[in-house]
Design a protein around this ligand. Structure first.
Ligand code: PMP
Length: 395
């Protein structure tokens, strides 16, 4: 428990960061029985068996040591092969760093490029780590709210409007958590033009790239002129249902990777070898298992969209990731009130959109990485709830 005294010892940069808004709902839900959670941003699948099996064999063979700071070369080569398929070539020896999840890669990228006071432009609603990690790196997060009208895509005009002489980097995330928005190539080219004009760097978090249901994912670094100024982040948590393994990577110009590796080698040393073996197996032999999971998400996506339509919850069509971000403003409740009442009255856990930053105030995030039965029941319960709130709209 906080005594007051010890908080004075804590670095203000850490003290001033609010705890994650998502946590509160998990804690509330954990104390209740019969809750259906659409709250977690995590696949409901177990890592495919062949991936787990490859690790069992590697442990049998005694592969238990550190690896190179950069990660197993074989894995980096495989990653380079995957990215070449996305239209961008990296030298596996100098331009790829294997990290402890995208989480570490994001932290390294920010700490590497941000000097005190540098502004990092963050389209919101965004993944909950972006703003605090930017602050911890000494940067100033500058949010730019996307809107349902723009299908939660960043527009060149909106980006242009927040650029100042202190702007250093743009932090992109498409497909997006929490909105499920995707950006088509044409829109990304317009962003790239602004980036070039203002000499910005881009940190592009593409952890959901394979969870794209409408059209083709465009890797930002593959756009003309963008490879050199982009730090591309990706990982294994989502596509291969490997959240607990903690494995990701960064790909970028060798100057960025060399600098990021300096921090990584002193703080992390290397990513766990067993997780690296698993990632190698995932890239070499995991395509069909991954595609099956993606097909399941897509079916659930359609089910949830149809369900929301039937219960009168307006929702823009998410093209990627495994989140829907319906609008709840018409109920007369704030997103927090909606989420809290829904949990207490109907035992369905969702996340209020405001925890993801400006632009999410009147929405809730619903993860559809859950079974069809749970999703169907959750939508029934939400329908009941909306009906009641609809009746009390005149309050
Ligand atoms: N970026 C985004 C957009 C995410 O949604 C997540 C996980 N929820 C992460 C990064 C972190 O991923 P990892 O498990 O690879 O650290």
């Amino acid at each position: 428990m906080s005594t007051g005294k010890w908080t004075d010892y804590i670095n203000p940069a850490v003290r001033n960061i609010p705890p994650s808004g998502i946590r509160r709902f998990f804690d509330l839900a954990a104390e209740m029985e019969g809750v259906i959670s659409l709250g977690v941003g995590e696949p409901d699948f177990v890592t495919p068996w062949h991936i787990r099996e490859s690790c069992i064999y590697s442990l049998h063979r005694g592969r238990t040591s550190y690896t190179s700071n950069h990660g197993l070369l074989e894995l980096r080569e495989e990653i380079a092969g995957y990215l070449a398929g996305q239209g961008v070539r990296y030298d596996p020896r100098k331009e790829i760093l294997v990290t402890v999840g995208v989480s570490e890669a994001l932290d390294l990228a920010l700490r590497t490029v941000v000097s005190p006071g540098d502004e990092v432009i963050i389209p919101t609603p965004c993944y909950v780590s972006y703003i605090p990690c930017t602050s911890l790196a000494g940067g100033v997060p500058v949010t730019v709210a996307t809107s349902m009208e723009d299908r939660f895509r960043l527009t060149a005009d909106k980006l242009e409007a927040v650029i100042t002489p202190r702007s250093k980097a743009l932090l992109l995330c498409f497909p997006n958590n929490p909105t499920g928005a995707v950006m088509d190539r044409e829109s990304l080219l317009q962003i790239a033009e602004v980036v070039q004009k203002h000499d910005l760097l881009v940190i592009s978090d593409e952890i959901y790239d394979r969870l794209t249901y409408t059209g083709q994912h465009t890797c930002f670094a593959s756009l003309p002129g963008m490879r050199e100024r982009t730090i591309l982040l990706n990982g294994f948590s989502k596509a291969y249902a490997m959240t607990g393994w903690r494995l990701g990577y960064a790909a970028a110009h060798e100057d960025f990777i060399a600098a990021m590796t300096k921090i990584h080698q002193y703080t992390m040393l290397c990513a766990p070898i067993t997780a690296q073996v698993a990632a190698l197996e995932a890239l070499q032999n995991g395509k069909s298992a991954m595609e099956k999971m993606v097909a399941h998400y897509n079916r659930r996506r359609r089910l949830v969209l149809q369900g929301f339509k039937e219960i009168g919850l307006p929702c823009f069509e998410p093209g990627g990731a495994f989140y829907a971000f319906p609008y709840i403003g018409h109920t007369g409740l704030t997103a927090s009130e909606f989420a809290e009442n829904l949990l207490l009255e109907e035992k369905v856990a969702v996340i209020p959109g405001d925890v993801f930053g400006p632009g999410g105030e009147h929405c809730i995030r619903c993860s559809y990485a859950s079974s069809v039965e749970d999703l169907t029941e959750a939508i029934n319960r939400m329908g009941r709830f909306i009906k009641r709130k609809g009746l009390s709209k005149s309050r």
